[in-house]
Design a protein around this ligand. Structure first.
Ligand code: C5P
Length: 222
């Protein structure tokens, strides 16, 4: 069977990465979390004190930065200038700043190029915000996954507890809503459902149910 490309987009903390990982594992495909790339460059910008609003500074930083994603047993490892930053990019500081960095055209052009290279000629499950609309416009299956903002904040709260990140539910909800707004309103490749994407509301679904739903859709396209 010829492997297919599966694009999963949606707002913050909708469960995309958890579910995409399961789907990739079941199909024997590579899982690619594109948000990790935007987080990695943001982490470096914060460490260097770069002005996040400047397109020029972001471009300069990008030119001297190497970002690499490698498949691992748990999903994906993220390397920034050869350093493993898989966990570090999940910090609250990075989460709060990432949408500003991800709005720059130069940054997006470079990341999309890397993402397309990673997906070339293989079965992939790729999650992000613009995968169905820009990165993999010909993907055989496109899913736009969402859930109520309350449910998404609750899920992120539980996930954060496991990482010892103690942010209140109210603060998480506000942060998620703000990030969604910035990601949806930016000029370049905003968060949008592709015309040919299938909408999946996971508010009342378990992780397993949502994964099954996507696997069923994938099998119809194999
Ligand atoms: O998926 P995650 O929440 O880790 O993504 C972090 C941020 O990276 C998003 O809020 C968005 O600003 C940016 N992003 C993006 N395009 C993608 C993936 C992520 O702009 N394909």
């Amino acid at each position: 069977m010829k492997p297919i490309q599966i694009a999963i987009d949606g707002p913050a903390a909708a469960g995309k990465s958890t579910i995409a990982k399961i789907v990739a594992e079941k199909l024997g495909y590579v899982y690619i979390d594109t948000g990790a790339m935007y987080r990695a460059i943001t982490m470096k910008a914060l460490a260097k004190g770069i002005n996040m609003a400047s397109n020029e500074e972001a471009g300069k930083l990008l030119a001297e930065t190497e970002i690499d994603l490698q498949p691992s047993e748990d999903g994906q490892l993220v390397f920034l200038d050869k350093q493993n930053v898989t966990e570090a990019i999940r910090s609250q500081n990075v989460t709060k700043a990432v949408s500003e960095m991800a709005a720059h055209e130069l940054v997006r052009m470079r990341m999309v190029e890397l993402q397309q290279q990673l997906a070339e000629g293989r079965g992939v499950v790729m999650d992000g915000r613009d995968i169905g609309t820009h990165v993999l416009p010909d993907a055989a299956l496109k899913v736009f996954m969402s859930a109520s903002v309350e449910e998404r904040a609750r899920r992120r709260f539980v996930e954060n507890q496991k990482r010892d990140i103690l942010t209140s539910l109210e603060e998480l909800q506000a942060e998620i809503a703000k990030r969604d707004k910035m990601d949806s309103e930016r000029e370049v490749a905003p968060l949008r459902q592709a015309e040919d994407a299938i909408y999946l509301d996971t508010t009342t679904l378990t992780i397993e149910q949502a994964a099954q739903e996507i696997l069923k859709l994938a099998e119809e396209r194999l």
